[in-house]
Design a protein around this ligand. Structure first.
Ligand SMILES: [Zn+2]
Length: 420
């Protein structure tokens, strides 16, 4: 019998406290749709679905013809399934981790180091920085999705320095004036931004807590009086302060863009880009790494010095943070989200209801396919597999998968791979 090269996976759910609970969570809904026999607990958070071979969440193979239990074990035995280039460049490892996230409470504000910095940090502090790899990430919204990303245009930050005196106090007048007086030369702007941000992160704890309490009190009073609080970013401030009272992240909202994604829109988070996911459900793909430097909205350790040194202090408007997808000229069903890193590409496949047979193209990379909508029988050799919403398939390099589509409203699929 021919070797099995396409098979379903049962993926690992992570129940982090910030996840949406019970069936509010897209992660729970997908898991239940894939396997109706599982019980979803209504009070329990279903934060992340991990589709990959990461040691902390290696997917289980659902094909009793395969002796290996997990995807990681199978890839170790069949490294050629990765594709020749991927196998060589990434030393026989699947280079990406594919996820679904359901965010109810903000995740910590963070940034991920470049490869060079990751090596340095890992050597110096192996406990804090567990590996030598960079961790570029991309989020593609499944529902309206909110996040913080990148430094705002300087005029917006200067506006907050004027409207939010508590923010100005935390930064200090001297640094604030440097920013206000340096709006021309981009290099001076970045230096001034760095100075302001570093001052805030190093602000004495008492000053900082006092100012935050004053600010929250003032915004609440204005809110009660029916006043518009957008000049203080009031709605977001109160929301984050209720989730993380007394946290420095509550002031970070005056530095970073609030980015709102519609379903299908993406955000790419390259090295040193400050970001935080605030609310919503998304697909996420990332390089295999755990290296995270935190900046707030977290009870965890913040490495202030590394953080302030590493960040990308180039200001840009929120709309520039939306990462464009590109239509495949050869296949009208396919859009590519292809970030400027070698580790991963995400492909969106949207098959219209008029199409009943569709071929998922073979590529020179192992890939993982997730069904968001629709039902089909896949005719991958050597046997058929029924897939539906929530199903996850592993596809070895250079294998195509034919789909006989049964659903009346077409299909929506996301596929992670590595295009070198
Ligand atoms: Zn991140």
């Amino acid at each position: 019998m021919a070797a099995v090269k396409v098979f379903p996976l049962k993926c690992v759910v992570q129940h982090y406290a910030w996840g949406k609970v019970g069936l509010e969570s897209e992660v729970a809904k997908l898991t239940l749709s894939d396997d109706p026999s599982i019980a979803i607990e209504q009070e329990k958070p279903y934060a992340e679905l991990w589709m990959g071979a990461h040691p902390k969440g290696d997917a289980i193979i659902c094909d009793n013809r395969i002796p290996q239990k997990t995807l990681g074990e199978w890839i170790a035995k069949h490294p050629d399934c990765l594709g020749s280039k991927v196998k060589d460049i990434f030393q026989g490892q699947l280079p990406f981790l594919f996820k679904v996230l359901s965010v109810n409470i903000s995740l910590s504000i963070q940034a991920h180091p470049t490869k060079e910095l990751a090596v340095k940090l890992h050597t110096q502090f192996p406990d804090r920085y567990p590996d030598k790899n960079h961790k570029p990430e991309m989020a593609i919204a499944l529902t309206p999705f909110e996040g913080l990303c990148g430094f705002r245009p300087v005029e917006e930050i200067i506006g907050f320095l004027k409207n939010v005196p508590e923010f100005r106090t935390v930064i200090g007048n001297e640094a604030a004036e440097v920013l206000e007086n340096n709006t021309g030369d981009p290099r001076h702007v970045s230096d001034a931004l760095k100075k302001c941000f570093t001052r805030m992160m190093n602000c004495e704890k008492k000053t900082f807590i006092d100012q935050l309490n004053m600010l929250v009190k003032r915004v609440l009073q204005e809110d009660d009086a029916g006043k518009d609080t957008t000049g203080s970013n009031g709605e977001l401030l109160l929301r984050l302060h209720s989730q993380f009272p007394g946290d420095v992240g509550c002031f970070v909202i005056y530095f970073l863009n609030l980015v709102k994604l519609q379903p299908g829109e993406a955000m790419f988070l390259g090295a040193n880009e400050p970001h935080a996911y605030l609310y919503g459900d998304c697909i996420e793909c990332m390089a295999c790494s755990d290296n995270t430097v935190r900046a707030g909205l977290t009870p965890k350790f913040i490495d202030v010095q590394t953080l302030c040194e590493m960040l990308n202090y180039t200001p840009a408007p929120a709309r520039e943070k939306i990462f464009p997808s590109v239509r495949d000229p050869c296949d009208p069903c396919v859009s590519l989200y292809d970030p400027p890193v070698p580790d991963f590409t995400v492909i969106k496949i949207e098959v219209p209801s008029s199409v009943k047979r569709y071929k998922v193209a073979s590529i020179d990379s192992a890939s993982i396919l997730l069904v968001i909508r629709g039902e089909a029988t896949s005719t991958a050799s050597p046997s058929e597999v029924n897939i539906r919403r929530g199903s996850v398939l592993f596809i070895a390099a250079n294998e195509g998968v034919g789909l006989c589509i049964r659903s009346v409203d077409g299909m929506l699929l996301f596929r992670a791979c590595c295009m070198l």
